[in-house]
Design a protein around this ligand. Structure first.
Ligand code: BDR
Ligand code: CA
Length: 309
């Protein structure tokens, strides 16, 4: 089996944590590095959380680089109500033994892509797109060199989760999303339309917990925390595990259906800030982006179960 090399840009975050457990354990993926960004929690916490998760998964070989500590132009806004004050729900923070790697996350991202053959390194963006936007500004060849960029962000038919029309990651740094979508990168967006199909119900959480591994126990604890807050705040029984989708797609693309499109980001209006305008009336062969429309949720959880085993 050929493995997909990837860099994960994230803001853990309970669903980022589940996605990391998939990436750390999957024999279909080769995680070259992780960059962190301010998003669900401030940068110092998202970076510490990534290091904790790496240690739990026994993957201290994967370098973690701290990236941007704030959006390009907006004030930083967190999502503590959905992830807990420290960002990882029920998990009590501990000081991870391995430090962060030298170098800013933006530089590490550029370096890893330029070091490898063109188009072979994919990027999974699980938080606000600040780091990628900065990297594209800094290295003009990056868009052409990168492989697929699988992004968790945006909303179309499902409506928003932070405002009526916007999804959190895009809303948090809409200017970064706008720059990224105009960059020429091969972008596949996993918005709420598809992530709301990938929900952690009791049976799926039990499947992961039943592997009785540190990675499985941690992923299950993250999903149980999400279940609690989604019940309290939104009234849903089974929480969507948003960030799992782009990483699952990189491991097993056949689990998702995508549609060619052109995506634009609202950056002028405050009311609709971060709205993703998805245009499907495009020529498929020249469409700049793809939008995920369907997921095989049982297949995604089977993949996660295999990875945490
Ligand atoms: C996205 O926002 C964050 O809170 C989650 O980690 C996910 O990346 C969902 O809108
Ligand atoms: Ca996230």
């Amino acid at each position: 089996m050929t493995r997909q090399s990837l860099i994960i840009d994230c803001d853990p975050g309970v669903d980022d944590a589940v996605a990391l457990m998939l990436a750390f354990g999957s024999d279909r993926l080769e995680t070259l590095a992780i960059s962190t960004v301010a998003g669900n929690a401030p940068l110092d916490k998202t970076t510490r959380n990534a290091r904790m998760l790496r240690q739990i998964a026994g993957r201290d070989d994967v370098p973690i680089h701290a990236g941007a500590d704030r959006p390009l132009r907006r004030k930083r806004a967190g999502a503590g109500e959905f992830h807990g004050e420290e960002g990882l729900g029920f998990l009590t923070p501990f000081p991870p033994s391995k430090p962060i790697a030298d170098g800013h996350g933006v530089d590490a991202l550029i370096r890893h892509v330029l070091e490898r053959p063109e188009k072979t390194v994919a990027l999974a963006v699980l938080g606000p797109m600040t780091n990628l936007a900065l990297a594209l500004r800094k290295e003009s060849s990056l868009a052409a060199r990168l492989g697929p960029v699988a992004v968790m962000g945006g909303a179309r038919s499902e409506g928003g989760n932070i405002t009526p029309s916007a999804e959190f990651n895009v809303w948090a740094d809409p200017e970064a999303a706008d720059e990224v979508l105009r960059s020429g990168c091969d972008i596949v967006m996993f918005g709420l339309d598809v992530t709301h199909q990938v929900r952690a119900d009791d049976a799926r959480i039990a499947l992961i917990a039943g592997k009785h591994t540190p990675a499985g126990d941690t992923a299950a604890a993250m999903m149980r925390f999400s279940q609690k807050v989604e019940r309290e705040i939104v009234g849903w029984d089974s929480p969507p595990v948003h960030d799992l989708c782009p990483v699952a797609w990189l491991a097993r693309p056949e689990l998702f259906e995508l549609k060619p499109c052109r995506i634009q980001i609202e950056i002028q209006s405050e009311l609709t800030r971060g709205h993703t305008a998805v245009e499907f009336r495009v020529e498929a062969s020249t469409a700049p982006h793809r939008w995920a429309t369907k997921a095989d949720a049982d297949g995604v959880f089977a993949l996660l179960a295999e990875a945490v085993s």
